[in-house]
Design a protein around this ligand. Structure first.
Ligand code: ADP
Length: 486
């Protein structure tokens, strides 16, 4: 791998400030999804290494929590600067192991860095309250304290930003962390650890370990009493397993799980803007994000105009190797992912869906490159209505009334992001209030930013990441009741 700063390519686990191999030097291969080549072998850690990392984090917590907020903030700021100074290398590593186009990878690194900057600032604003006492001799004060050792499990679709979004607020609050990135994308995580090391975090404050046996690492994180909080981003299926496992030690938990985002276009919408928004929210990361629009609903009057413009715009997207100039859509992460969307396509076609564009893998590039696809004549009995697609397929449903589309949009166990386009301001308020989702994009398909609270409702999880609320998940409120003050 050709990097400006070769020290960023690490393959060992980072535990207690040292790069260490897994027991018996066990490793597992990391692949480039574009051509299947092996780009590195990463340390294959399990329960024992996890338990060592937890011990290191527990020890480091004793001193890290006592650092002044501004001292923690300074180290976080240094980390932020180092991440930005190494954007090109970090993006290259990310594209190589994950597949997304280089420009998108750079965008992710900057987005990831923005959480570090934001929480470096928030570290200094962890305020408590004074509360008017309930008796004349009483005074009541609250303080907020770091939860303790935090375990974070992160997915492959944002190998950088899903780490910083959890770790930066945790560190800012005074917690220490153990991170398990996805086994598909450990290199971006290690590169972040290398920069954290250079930034000067004390040993044990940040620990990162990879492993091919995610359940055994997860079980130790959940069962170990020293871990006081688990933050997870990934599938609802795995989130439910972790929630059950955390019950025994009654850990604080945050869950950022799957989505089934509706994207609604009303008759009075600006169609061209809606198409732009749909393209951005649908095809980012080849459709593999939990806030990608999953079910597009267009109102009857504009249905034909919208679908044909969407199909035209989808055809314009170039699909190929994320490292090549001008590529908009990279390969999907693995064969399993593409097989899953092919299964949804078979079901939709068998039930009468019509393909306006796409609907196949792309010949002559990667076998994981799938064409941006627009489907019409779709209906709620198709699997594509209720399942998270996680691929570049845009099914467009037709609706007549506002009430009908709200019911359809809410007819899912998920509740992460939703989007709609329209102009009538009273209707906008009504729709935004009626949609059972944690995040609403109104006349925009791009909603992610460090300054706003990211998170879901229903089976999309709980907890908020980013914004002034993002620290709450890593803090406990303690209240002190002072008596005898007569
Ligand atoms: P996705 O479908 O996006 O791959 P997963 O929920 O399978 O999402 O994976 C998200 C993260 O959860 C990854 O880091 C993966 O290794 C981890 N993971 C998967 N299964 C388990 C498990 N049983 N316990 C702990 N972590 C797990």
């Amino acid at each position: 791998m050709n990097l400006n700063n070769p020290s960023l390519l690490k393959t060992s686990a980072y535990i207690n400030g040292a790069w260490v191999e897994a027991k018996d030097n066990k490793t597992f291969p990391v692949h480039n999804p574009f051509d299947g080549s092996v780009i590195a072998h990463a340390a294959d850690c399990g329960k024992d290494e996890t338990s060592k990392a937890i011990e290191a984090a527990e020890k480091a917590f004793l001193s890290w929590k006592k650092f002044t907020a501004s001292k923690r903030s300074r180290i976080l700021k240094k980390w932020h600067q180092l991440i930005l100074a190494n954007v090109d290398d970090l993006a290259k590593i990310l594209t190589l192991e994950q597949g997304k186009p280089l420009a998108e990878a750079k965008g992710e690194i900057k987005y990831g860095a923005s959480f570090v900057e934001w929480f470096a600032e928030e570290a200094k604003r962890v305020y408590g309250d004074t509360i008017p006492g309930h008796m004349s001799d009483k005074r009541i004060v609250t303080i907020k304290q770091a939860v303790g050792v935090v375990a974070a499990i992160t997915p492959w679709n944002f190998p950088n930003a899903m780490i910083t979004r959890k770790v930066a607020p945790a560190l800012a609050a005074g917690c220490t962390v153990i991170i398990k990135p996805s086994e598909l994308t450990p290199l971006s995580a290690f590169a972040l650890a290398e920069l954290a090391d250079q930034a000067g975090f004390p040993h044990g404050v940040i620990n990162i370990l990879s492993g091919s046996d995610a359940p055994s690492i997860g079980e130790e994180m959940c069962a170990n009493k020293k871990v006081r909080k688990l933050s997870f981003t990934g599938s609802t299926r795995v989130g439910k397993i972790l929630l059950k496992q955390c019950a025994d030690t009654v850990k604080k938990v945050s869950m950022e799980l799957g989505g089934n985002a509706p994207f609604i276009v009303f008759n009075d919408a600006d169609i061209d803007e809606a198409v732009k928004g749909a393209i951005a929210s649908k095809y980012r990361n080849a459709g593999q994000t939990c806030i990608c629009s999953n079910r597009i609903f267009a109102q009857a009057e504009i249905y034909d105009a919208f679908t044909s413009k969407l199909a035209e715009a989808s055809k314009e997207l170039s699909v190929g190797n994320g490292l090549d100039e001008g590529i908009h859509v990279g390969p999907m992460i693995e064969e399993k992912a593409i097989a899953s969307i092919e299964n949804l396509m078979e079901d939709a076609k068998a039930k009468g869906a019509e393909i306006l564009t796409g609907g196949h893998r792309i010949e002559g590039t990667s076998k994981l490159n799938y064409a941006p696809t627009v489907l019409t004549k779709v209906h709620p009995e198709m699997k594509i209505f209720s399942q998270e697609i996680f691929g570049p397929i845009a099914p467009v449903f037709k609706f007549e009334t506002l009430e009908e589309v709200i019911n359809l949009a809410n007819d899912t166990e998920y509740g992460l992001a939703c989007y709609f386009y329209g102009k009538d301001y009273a209707m906008i308020w009504k729709v935004a209030e009626a949609l059972e989702y944690g995040m609403v994009g109104i006349n925009t398909g791009m909603i992610s930013t460090a300054v706003a609270p990211f998170g879901g409702v229903k089976e999309s999880g709980f907890g908020r990441e980013g914004s002034k609320y993002g620290m709450d998940d890593y803090l406990e409120i303690k209240y002190m009741c002072w008596g005898g003050i007569d």
